[in-house]
Design a protein around this ligand. Structure first.
Ligand SMILES: [Mn+2]
Length: 348
């Protein structure tokens, strides 16, 4: 009798669990994916920034919590800002894996363009895309789960997916998610920041017991690391925050750097112009551009006549050889990529 009661209890428990499982659309979607037997790799974009690294780490962790064999990787070396925050927060950045074999299962975070993805991605099986950029060519293939939200940080989306999955991130993962949000929203100060980023920020900082003052100090450290180019070659500086795009079959590359010292700005622009032909060659690009943020004003550097035409159509006549100017900070994602895409789609 006793054991019959116990059996009934177990049955009821299983039924209610099963019912809860069914009610959880996200978990159900995950279990419907074709995971195969091999490891599924989670990658952010090439030349990864903090959001790319942290979204891949935290999402791989969520997938493992749900029972799937996922590991985060990076397709190229991490930047100084990521080195700084991973050492401050005590987490290990993903290991580098520069190529995936055909048929490898992938999850892409913080990007959805093949040109920004790990080499081999075109022949891989893309299981999921978690991103906050405009629809890219990866998403046009048959990807069974895409979560695209045009919000401040991919890590905010990943935090929301933890909630949907009813998994609470541990302390380490909370730090990782917060790092991505801080970096991509610039501590909630960037124009792309929305209320959902703030909600994630609030939940994570309070779970971690971090005051607003401490968070501001951490942000300052990340900013300093981002623009600490000491010991780097001009080429390395140029590609420290760089992305490739295919715009109407034009191979375009756009880098972003900060340079706030007015006294050396002119010579810095000269150095960056001098290294552009090498970037164009090594990245196999038809056009390359560099956005220099100078105390919240912007210089747009180009090399070659074709890229000059695009830059001048977007930002007006050059202010010096090789450079256009725009007052105010320019976001690559919202102020430059869509404009260049339109110009190149219309054939100039
Ligand atoms: Mn991002």
């Amino acid at each position: 009798m006793k054991s019959a009661k116990a059996l009934l209890f177990v049955c009821l428990a299983l039924c209610s669990c099963g019912k809860r499982g069914q009610e959880n659309a996200f978990r159900a979607k995950m279990s419907s994916l074709d995971w195969g037997d091999d490891t599924c790799y989670v990658y952010g974009h090439k030349t990864p920034d903090v959001d790319a690294v942290c979204s891949s780490l935290a999402y791989a962790e969520l997938m493992r919590e749900l029972g799937y064999n996922c590991i985060a990787k990076v397709s190229s070396p991490i930047n100084n800002e990521t080195v700084y925050i991973s050492s401050l927060f005590g987490f290990e950045p993903p290991h580098e894996k520069t190529f995936v074999a055909p048929g490898t299962r992938l999850i892409a975070t913080d990007h959805e363009e093949y040109s920004q993805s790990v080499d081999g991605a075109r022949q891989a099986r893309i299981l999921q895309i978690i991103d906050h950029h405009q629809e890219g060519d990866m998403a046009k293939a048959d990807v069974p789960f895409i979560r695209r939200e045009m919000i401040g940080s991919t890590c905010t989306i990943v935090w929301e997916l933890y909630k949907e999955a009813k998994v609470s991130p541990d302390e380490q993962t909370s730090k990782i998610l917060l790092a991505g949000i801080l970096s991509d929203t610039h501590n909630l100060s960037k124009a792309n920041t929305v209320r959902r980023d703030s909600l994630a920020w609030q939940a994570l900082t309070s779970a971690l017991g971090l005051s607003a003052e401490v968070v501001a100090e951490i942000q300052q450290g990340m900013d300093d690391a981002y623009s600490d180019y000491s010991g780097m070659s001009d080429y390395e500086i140029f590609i420290s925050d760089y992305k490739d795009y295919d715009m109407s079959s034009h191979a375009v590359g756009i880098g972003c750097v900060d340079w706030n010292d007015a006294a050396t700005l002119d010579s810095f622009i000269g150095r960056m112009l001098a290294v552009m032909p090498e970037v164009k060659e090594k990245k196999d690009r038809e056009m390359v551009f560099l956005l220099i943020d100078h105390n919240d004003a912007s210089y747009i550097l180009y090399c070659s006549d074709a890229s000059r035409a695009v830059a001048e159509q977007a930002f007006g006549a050059s202010v010096r050889e090789g450079a256009c100017y725009s007052p105010g900070h320019l976001s690559r994602k919202t102020d430059v990529v869509p404009v260049f895409t339109d110009i190149l789609a219309s054939g100039n």
